[in-house]
Design a protein around this ligand. Structure first.
Ligand code: GTP
Ligand code: MG
Length: 340
């Protein structure tokens, strides 16, 4: 799963990316890996892992990860190819969710592409470019499916109708439906890149924006944890804004987390799309487990912590046996029984 950082030039995208790449990862054995200069793998912070680790006496805790991609700045006219716009829009097509960085800091030496810091206007510029790029794509698809539907093909006619609906939505300034798989279909988290101690501008607040001072976070990410904690206290910065950001991105992707604790040597957090089954969970662990699926032993993480151990949970009858169709709940601890 990939999350792309999007915004105007000089909004602070790379600064936020650097902060996330260096400071966002806490994983024990698999911290962050810079795949290429603009892609980082960051851990999804999950305090449930530590609680499970204490309960089961297991120190090797492996969180889930997300890929974060730093995408070059878009400018007005990007959908017509302005400022390498087409290439950059192509990078956004590859991601599953968008973190949209909006500049809300003033700085005399950091030029603003429109000459003035205006967060709601900047938000609109980028969203309009995504919308216009989608409108072009949707119109092309509508044209192609209209031609195909002339042959009387029912499937093509249904597709044509769907694209007609999408074109109408976009033309009215609304995002494309998720099935369309377009840029504006992607879930979006808005980040207001604020001055030290700054608030989210009201119009962005209405969109659920998160306030981050990217420059401070990037500096903090360079320090060792004790120094960083002292500096945070001094600046009265919120403890874990980067962690909240990554958690929120994970949630936006429609993912839930289940845990496996196989062999008593490690506890691993794994992602599944909301609504997935125990059979899907087996597949997320190993194809052999899915192929030979017999049953799943399931317990909510809190119940397991309360019980104190798998054995105690089993004795208390709290370890449930579920079949392949069981819909996994967020926080389930799952042991797959399979015949190899
Ligand atoms: N004062 C202040 N400056 C910041 C903040 N975040 C970023 N900057 C500065 O803004 C400038 C641009 O930041 P970048 O992270 O390179 O911006 P970008 O969005 O990646 O820009 P492009 O890659 O050109 O699209 C840098 O000089 C940063 O140090 C902030 O929160 N406060
Ligand atoms: Mg950049």
């Amino acid at each position: 799963m990939k999350v792309g950082i999007v915004g105007l030039p000089n909004a602070g995208k790379s600064t936020l990316f650097n902060a996330l790449a260096r400071g966002g990862a806490e994983a024990a054995e698999y911290p962050f890996t810079t795949v290429d200069p603009n892609v980082a793998v960051v851990a999804v912070p999950d305090e449930r892992l530590a609680r499970l680790g204490e309960t089961l006496g297991i120190g090797n805790l492996i969180p889930e990860h997300l890929e974060i991609v730093d995408i070059a700045g878009l400018v007005r006219g990007a959908h017509e190819g302005e400022g390498l716009g087409n290439r950059f829009l192509g990078h956004i097509r590859d991601v599953d969710a968008i973190v949209h960085v909006v500049r809300a800091f003033e700085h005399p030496r950091v030029a603003h592409p429109h000459g003035e810091v205006d967060p709601p206007a900047d938000l609109d510029v980028i969203e309009a470019e995504l919308l216009l790029a989608d409108l072009e794509t949707a119109e092309r698809r509508l044209e192609a499916t209209t031609k195909a539907a002339r042959s009387g093909d029912k499937a093509a006619a249904a597709e044509r109708d769907a694209w007609e609906g999408t074109v109408a939505e976009l033309a009215a300034g609304r995002p494309a439906p998720s099935e369309a798989g377009l840029l504006t279909s992607k879930p979006e988290l808005i980040v207001a890149n604020v001055e030290e101690g700054g608030d989210v501008p009201a119009q962005l607040q209405a969109r659920g924006a998160l306030a981050v001072c990217a420059r401070d976070e990037a500096e903090l990410a360079e320090l060792d944890p004790d120094e960083a904690a002292a500096m945070r206290a001094e600046l009265s910065l919120e403890e874990d804004v980067l962690q909240s950001l990554v958690r929120e991105a994970h949630r936006l992707l429609g993912l839930i987390t289940f845990f496996t604790a196989v062999g008593g040597t490690e506890i691993r957090a794994r992602s599944l799309r909301r609504g997935s089954t125990a059979y899907d969970a087996a597949g997320a662990v190993h194809t052999d487990m899915q192929r030979g699926f017999v049953r799943a032993e399931v317990i909510g993480w809190e119940e397991l912590v309360e019980a104190g151990s798998f054995a105690a949970a089993r004795d208390a009858g709290r370890l449930r046996t579920e079949g392949r169709g069981y819909v996994v709940a967020d926080g389930d601890v799952i042991t797959i029984k399979f015949s190899p």
